[in-house]
Design a protein around this ligand. Structure first.
Ligand code: GAL
Length: 880
């Protein structure tokens, strides 16, 4: 009889107990002690106990890791006997998307497996516990000993868990591998998809079986099918079966049109369909030229990427699909076409969403290799072999942790059309890096042979920094045929480049492929503006910024080793042989609050300032800079002015002027002021324009300010006397090259008008609406509600910082509140979830609502005269 595989969402109703916040190597509890605990809490996954705590300097917590504790936690969930009996004599596998940091899985009190890297997905075969009628109790012990990370990691089962039940003849987990090796030559005719399935026979007897694949397009129409020959698989063995399918003129996956096909695979034995599974695949190919850079499907494509860490602000490390979806949508909407998953394997959901949304991905395995950066990080395990119950993890064997992690990351995501490079490490700083790199590259090639011949690239970043010196030359060895010492990586990650360095490397190594795997690392706080006419890369001298622990938003403050957004982008876009850039970072992340990483007592900068958007997902001004550069004015006209007009004295220039800057993809703009909205008379501050430049191989054009003395080279700027014009309406009109009004910009993105607010009197509540439809297993949606303090006319009061209080009635749960302020004195900011101080007039509440549930969210603002605001949430439908 056929048995249809069952995938059970195993994320609700776990019992949780936090044994200690004190970082410890080992637990003082046994399973028996844990079972006796009465005050266990019921939680659902994804879960992160660190984000539920107050900010602290105890327990090994540091500014760098977000000033939140780790510790030891226990989780348990039971499958009742009646249900367990249904899976008798079947193959039952429990899979975890990610548990931070060390996880020990027990079944009915017996340690069944352990996984010691916090970011890889792993699974364990637990079939043996279903062979007799009994309750099956799963217990997970998680130990997170600090310090072990340069950013916030989170603690616990922070990604989703599934239970998969199959027949004893089944397709191995991540056991399908699809490539189209000759696609670039054949896509206009008949393209071949090469599909390998790993068929497993768990039974004692040998079997004969075939594998059948069918390929469907996005409309569900069958495009091709094939049946393999018959194979014999001995009892307890696994067999790789490769089959080819011809597809006529496949639709290609691209950034604009991410077309996905579904491959349906069946194993057939003794006329029985034993197992079947679906795999998403996208037909596309990559190519590289040392003059023209990267191409997707033969079309040159500049990589406009962002680096992202895995946390989601107030949600901590909890990998909610909707949180990831919103984050990626905000980045894609800005014009980003790629994501680098700094510095670890991403959640499966992120990779899946990138495939569906049309975002390329560099998936990264590690930060550093065997050279430790933090006392308890993964470096000590890197070259150690798996041992003890770790050997029970699926895919484990006599291999090092490095091999296990690389292979499990690649096996899981190798079919994703989005992944175009595997990064095997960030700032590896190893002494033996060349030797290690060839070993690691081999693992990658074994798991994804498509990388052979450079079709997909392997890269690792060996602390390649701006200047060229001996160390640099040593590091890049192997990326070029002009280098006598061979190497295993094929792309040089060049980060935080100095002027002239790209050209010099290119002269020395003409065939090299260079990619800015980290660019910019500029610092900014939403709504803060300082020293408008000076760009600073030494924040220690910047007392104004340091006093209130905020960074300026003019694109004029960077880490000491780094560059402004404009400098790096202008440099990248001007050289076609540079593949592109990954901005550090798309969103602010918890931890690494450079320049305040020194861990001073009673000082809690808990998030970075690098983000284009803040931890709440609110856009900083620089978002519009990137959008103006990365989006075409034909389809997405951008005109954004900064700063806001609520300025403190120290935010003006020495002459008492405001430096007004426009980020725009128009050819020119005129800045004007008028007293009243309705009046037609205005004062002009003049027309400013761009001049157009051509990139090195003539592939692209880019625009820089015609005024060579301008501070902001890729923006337009004007000086406006503040006292005289502070109560005027300042606005800009986009102009064509011929100085005519550019009508496309009548409806443009960005802040076209600057106006001082008359003081907050009301709150406006707005819900984020998702753009990409989602099919996933969740029975809930996250609703993001932005609260903005406004004056009578509906103008945002960016000086408002009052307390915003939230209350929910009906169903649903507030799972996070945020304001995007990287440095907040409130130690309970994320743990309480009932109130938060607005930051520059804004705050955010995240409500989790199950299908068909609805809720009322009541929001109050300190010193706001209007009544409480009420917002009605109905899952799937917004009533207000
Ligand atoms: C990089 C590093 C990142 C982050 C960044 C800040 O060198 O890879 O993890 O620390 O610097 O600028």
């Amino acid at each position: 009889m056929s048995f249809k595989r069952i995938k059970i969402d195993f994320n609700s109703n776990w019992d949780f107990y936090l044994e200690t916040l004190k970082s410890q190597r080992k637990s003082n509890f046994s399973i028996r002690n844990f079972r006796e605990i009465k005050n266990r809490k019921t939680v659902s996954l994804p879960h992160d106990w660190s984000i539920e705590q107050e900010f602290t300097k105890e327990y090994g917590a540091e500014n760098e890791s977000g000033s939140l504790p780790g510790g030891i936690g226990w989780y348990t969930k039971t499958i009742a006997k009646e249900e367990a009996e249904k899976y008798k004599e079947k193959h039952t596998e429990l899979s975890f998307g990610g548990v931070y940091q060390r996880a020990f899985i027990f079944v009915n009190g017996v340690e069944a497996a352990s996984n010691l890297y916090g970011y890889n997905s792993f699974s364990v075969d637990i079939s043996q516990w279903f062979s007799v009628p009994q309750d099956v109790e799963i217990t997970v012990l998680v130990i997170n000993q600090l310090p072990n990370s340069r950013w916030y990691s989170g603690s616990g089962i922070y990604r989703k868990v599934f239970l998969t039940i199959t027949d004893n003849i089944y397709i191995d987990s991540d056991g399908i591998y699809i490539t189209a090796p000759n696609l670039s030559e054949t896509y206009t005719g008949e393209a071949t998809a090469e599909i390998t399935a790993e068929a497993v026979n768990r039974g004692k007897e040998a079997i004969l079986c075939n594998v059948k694949h069918e390929i469907y397009n996005g409309r569900g129409e069958l495009q091709g099918e094939a049946l393999s020959e018959k194979y014999e698989i001995a009892g307890g063995e696994k067999q790789q079966i490769t089959t080819n399918i011809m597809i006529l003129k496949p639709e290609l996956w691209s950034i604009e049109n991410p077309v996905l096909y579904t491959v349906k695979t069946k194993i057939i034995s003794s006329n029985r369909i034993c197992d079947e599974c679906d795999t998403q695949y996208g037909f596309r190919w990559f190519s590289y030229s040392s003059e023209k850079g990267f191409s997707l499907n033969g079309e040159p494509l500049k990589i406009k990427g962002v680096c992202l860490h895995h946390d989601h602000g107030s949600l901590g490390a909890k990998a909610y699909t909707d949180a990831i979806r919103r984050q990626l949508e905000i980045m894609k909407d800005m014009g980003a076409n790629a994501v680098r998953t700094a510095h670890n394997p991403a959640s499966e959901e992120l990779i899946d969403l990138c495939g569906r949304m049309g975002l390329l991905v560099i998936e990264e395995a590690f930060d550093t290799w065997d050279k430790s950066k933090k006392k308890y990080d993964f470096a000590y395990l890197f070259n150690k072999k798996l041992s003890g119950t770790s050997l029970n993890l699926s895919g484990a064997g006599k291999m090092t942790w490095a091999e296990f992690v690389i292979k499990s990351m690649i096996r899981r995501d190798r079919n994703s059309p989005a992944v175009f490079m595997w990064s095997l490490g960030n700032e590896i700083q190893g002494d033996n890096s060349r030797k290690t790199s060839s070993r690691l590259a081999n693992y990658a090639e074994e798991a994804d042979p498509y990388v052979k011949g450079g079709r997909k690239k392997i890269y690792a970043e060996d602390d390649i920094r701006a200047g060229i010196n001996d160390k640099w030359a040593d590091t890049i060895r192997g990326f070029s045929s002009f280098d006598k010492e061979g190497g295993s990586f094929s792309v040089a990650g060049v980060n935080y480049i100095d002027s002239g360095a790209f050209e010099q490397i290119k002269r020395d190594y003409p065939d090299i492929y260079m990619l800015s795997t980290e660019s910019s690392s500029a610092l900014r706080s939403r709504g803060e503006y300082f020293h408008a006419e000076t760009v600073k890369d030494d924040y220690n001298t910047d007392t104004k910024a340091a006093e209130n622990s905020q960074m300026s938003s003019y694109d004029n403050e960077t880490a000491s080793w780094a560059n402004t957004a404009m400098f790096d982008w202008q440099y990248d876009i001007s050289l076609d042989y540079v593949l592109g850039e990954f901005v550090w970072t798309g969103f602010d992340y918890l931890g690494e609050p450079t320049p305040f990483t020194d861990n001073a007592e009673d000082f809690y900068p808990y998030a970075s300032y690098f983000g284009i958007a803040d931890t709440a997902g609110f856009k900083k001004d620089i978002y519009y800079f990137y959008k103006s550069q990365w989006k075409n004015p034909q389809t997405e006209p951008v005109l954004h002015l900064l700063p806001c007009l609520h300025l403190r004295k120290e935010q003006l220039t020495e002459e008492g002027d405001v430096l007004v800057v426009a980020y725009t993809n128009a050819d020119a703009a005129e800045l004007k002021a008028k007293k009243h909205e309705s009046g037609s008379e205005y004062i002009s501050f003049g027309v400013k324009s761009f001049k157009t430049k051509k990139s090195s191989a003539g592939l692209r054009t880019y625009k820089i300010n015609s005024d060579e003395s301008a501070v902001y080279k890729m923006g337009l700027e004007w000086r406006v006397p503040y006292e005289k014009y502070k109560d005027y309406i300042i606005y800009a009109d986009a102009l064509t090259e011929e100085n005519k009004t550019d009508l496309r910009f009548l409806k443009s993105t960005g802040r076209k008008i600057l106006k001082r607010s008359g003081g907050a009197v009301k709150l406006s509540l707005k819900e984020y609406s998702y753009r990409f439809p989602l099919e996933n297993s969740d029975d809930y949606t996250l609703h993001y509600i932005t609260v903005t303090a406004e004056d009578k006319q509906g103008q945002t009061d960016s000086s408002y910082g009052g307390k915003i209080t939230f209350e929910i009635k009906g169903q649903g749960e507030i799972i996070g509140v945020d304001n995007g302020n990287s440095c907040d004195a409130d130690k309970k900011k994320y743990s309480e979830k009932t109130s938060i101080n607005a930051f520059h007039g804004k705050a955010l509440a995240i409500v989790k609502l199950k299908k068909n549930e609805n809720a009322e969210l009541f929001v109050r603002g300190e010193e706001i005269t209007h009544e409480i605001e009420k917002f009605i949430l109905l899952n799937g439908k917004n009533l207000k």
